[in-house]
Design a binder for this molecule. Structure first.
Ligand code: HEM
Length: 625
């Protein structure tokens, strides 16, 4: 008996050493060791590294900026067993990593963990499989297809507007609304319908099996000590914890529903194809709305070689991929935009004036894209509040990464490139570059849509796929859904800002910005409640002016882009004596500080043009702002 136990202990020690040894060897031999960077402070940071103890706990990516300021634009951060990880804000270096996608790939461990959640979709594919998947997927995300999806965005945005309206009727006026969960729900409904013609009905609150399975998968994942032990000692993977069992059940549900969705879309396409042109049609001959149908058609079309078609597993992988990549990102970005506007009432009012000048509740994509201030606000939100604050790649070979500016190493030696060995991890500092003072100027940390009237030349060196920022990353793995996300955000903001006036419900200083896959807010002191973002919401009424037909005030034709006249805007005051919305009240004594309002005098009038903004903070909220 003792002999068996001793053998097990011995085998365990050998396996753990066998796993740890290459890590320690890499920590001791990596050429990145010579880069400046934060020291290892204690045994915990020796095992987990500052990478896990500090970087992933830091708020709003502030620690990366602090470190880069302290150690220079090329530095290393100690990770597991002090293995150095490269962090650089040099745009030429970042460009090199992004554009050499075969040499710099997502980590194998990360892809393996993600593929448990999303299957074999484009998010986890690399090399030839990735190239093939992008080729079949790209047409579905083009502007022509997006034009057809815009009405779905508006249908759902209007549904959300009406739900909020009826909530406000019940409370009788100003209402505290938890916007984060609502915007995530509407974004889930949108990606369901526009992504694969599936009804989550999340806004209407109906229970949904796929939504339940999806949230179970994500809530039972995440780094934990047992996962680290399983990595160090693989036989532990045989132990199926209760969490693991739940996740496997949820995964089986997702696969079953995903397969059914694909079978339904295929049947519809085949029926459509045979009705139109006999058996099979060329890719350009068939029309369809949702992304999955377009992808299936593209994959079935006769003018695509068999070797380029996606396998059934790859097609199935796109369903959870669209859900993962396409809902919390856009829901979160729209939420951060509303927070920014709640702190900058001049901007909110100016934007609302532009939106109210449109003569319909459901503009086309082109009409939406022609609204200049909306475009600037969306750009500034995505610059300032990048929903995914950093990316990561691992070098597949030894390399020298070229630099725009040389750096000095720990030993005082100057280098004009960074030497990386195979297996090195590189951080892609999305939020850092988006808010770099060097690239954006001294006001980089202010939320300022007007900067987009003439963006600085220096920012053009950022190698992003969209608008001189790294929000959607760049290179062959850049976000395929960026156009989709932008139009969706615009449709949501258009609808919500025409109907509601937003204000802070909690002090801005109590908002904590935490990163898991995306940047999510929590409220200081209410961490146990998890992610949330309450805002005070007031109904907007438009006063068309003396002698005008007020029943149609929202659609007044004289508010055309050419003959624009700012409408007078009034927030609906609570008839139970609740305070009026301060930002639109013509009363210089009305004060607000972080959501604590005072009641203005009864004779206060409301004029958008006379909004008092000078006492409001101009930067968006972070605990450090
Ligand atoms: C504001 C909203 C969004 C943001 C900020 C965002 C950001 C990103 C980023 C940073 C990546 C690169 C990840 C990496 O390689 O490490 C990415 C990839 C991706 N995104 Fe988005 N995304 C957004 C919305 C969407 C939407 C709406 C969809 C789909 C409808 C989508 C689909 C994808 C897919 C499929 C990929 C993987 C692309 C590839 O690896 O080839 N995203 N996104």
């Amino acid at each position: 008996m003792w002999k068996i136990l001793l053998s097990i202990v011995f085998a365990s020690i050998v396996t753990i050493l066998w796993k740890i040894f290459p890590l320690i060897r890499r920590a001791l031999t990596s050429p990145l060791r010579c880069l400046p960077g934060p020291p290892v402070e204690d045994w915990k940071s020796f095992i987990l590294g500052n990478f896990f103890t500090k970087l992933y706990k830091s708020e709003d990516s502030s620690i990366e900026s602090q470190w880069l300021e302290q150690y220079g634009h090329v530095m290393s951060i100690p990770a597991l067993f002090t293995i150095p990880v490269l962090l650089t804000s040099d745009t030429r270096a970042v460009n090199h990593v992004l554009t050499h996608s075969l040499d710099y790939q997502k980590s194998k461990e990360g892809r393996k963990a993600l593929s448990f959640l999303v299957g074999a979709g484009v998010l986890v594919a690399e090399g030839e499989s990735h190239r093939r998947q992008r080729r079949v997927l790209n047409p579905a995300f083009g502007p022509t297809q997006l034009r057809e999806l815009t009405s779905i965005f508006f249908d759902k945005a209007l549904e959300l507007r009406d739900v909020w309206m009826s909530e406000m009727k019940q409370t009788g006026g100003a209402t505290r609304i938890e916007v984060l969960s609502w915007l995530n729900r509407v974004a889930l409904d949108i990606i369901g319908l526009a992504g694969f013609n599936y009804r989550f009905e999340s806004v209407s609150g109906k229970p949904n099996e796929l939504e339940h399975a999806f949230s179970t998968m994500f809530n039972t994942q995440g780094p934990n000590l047992f996962a680290l032990l399983q990595f160090l000692f693989p036989p532990l993977k045989l132990i199926r914890t209760a969490q693991r069992k739940k996740a496997e059940e949820a995964q089986a549900t997702m696969r079953r529903i995903g397969k059914q969705i694909i079978a339904d879309r295929k049947a519809e396409i085949l029926a459509e194809m045979s009705a139109v042109a006999g058996q099979r049609a060329a890719r350009k001959d068939v029309k369809g709305r949702d992304l999955l149908s377009l992808l299936i058609k593209s994959n079935m079309a006769v003018d695509i070689p068999d070797s380029q078609r996606l396998s059934d597993e790859e097609v199935l992988g796109q369903v959870p991929t669209f859900i993962v990549a396409g809902h919390e990102t856009t829901g979160g970005a729209t939420m951060w935009c509303l927070v920014a506007l709640s702190r900058a009432h001049r901007i909110q009012t100016k934007l609302r004036e532009e939106l109210l000048a449109v003569d319909t509740d459901t503009p086309t994509m082109d009409e939406l894209n022609a609204l200049p201030y909306l475009d600037m606000v969306v750009r500034e939100t995505l610059r300032f509040h990048a929903p995914v604050p950093r990316g990561q790649r691992v070098s597949e070979k030894d390399d020298f990464i070229p630099l725009a500016k040389p750096f000095t190493d720990r030993h005082g030696k100057v280098h004009d490139s960074i030497h990386v060995s195979k297996g090195s991890t590189i951080i892609l500092p999305i939020a850092v570059l988006n808010r770099s003072k060097e690239l954006w100027g001294e006001d980089a940390l202010e939320f300022k849509p007007e900067r987009w009237l003439s963006p600085p030349e220096a920012a053009k060196s950022i190698p992003g796929v969209w608008s001189d920022m790294l929000t959607f990353l760049g290179g062959s793995h850049s976000c395929i859904g960026y156009r989709f996300a932008i139009v969706e955000m615009k449709a949501l903001l258009f609808t919500l800002l025409r109907a509601f006036d937003f204000d802070m419900a909690v002090p801005a200083s109590s908002i904590i910005k935490r990163t898991s896959l995306t940047q999510r807010p929590m409220i200081l002191g209410e961490e146990k409640k998890g992610n949330q973002m309450p805002l005070m919401t007031f109904q907007v009424e438009v006063d068309a002016g003396p002698g005008q037909d007020n029943s149609r005030a929202r659609h007044l034709p004289q508010f055309s882009a050419t003959s624009f006249r700012a409408p007078t805007i009034r927030s609906v005051a609570d008839n139970k004596g609740e305070p009026l919305r301060h930002g639109v009240v013509d009363d210089s004594t009305a004060r607000i500080e972080d959501g604590n309002r005072t009641t203005p005098p009864a004779n206060a009038t409301a004029h958008a043009e006379r909004v008092e903004v000078s006492r409001l903070p101009s930067t968006v909220p972070t605990r450090h702002s």
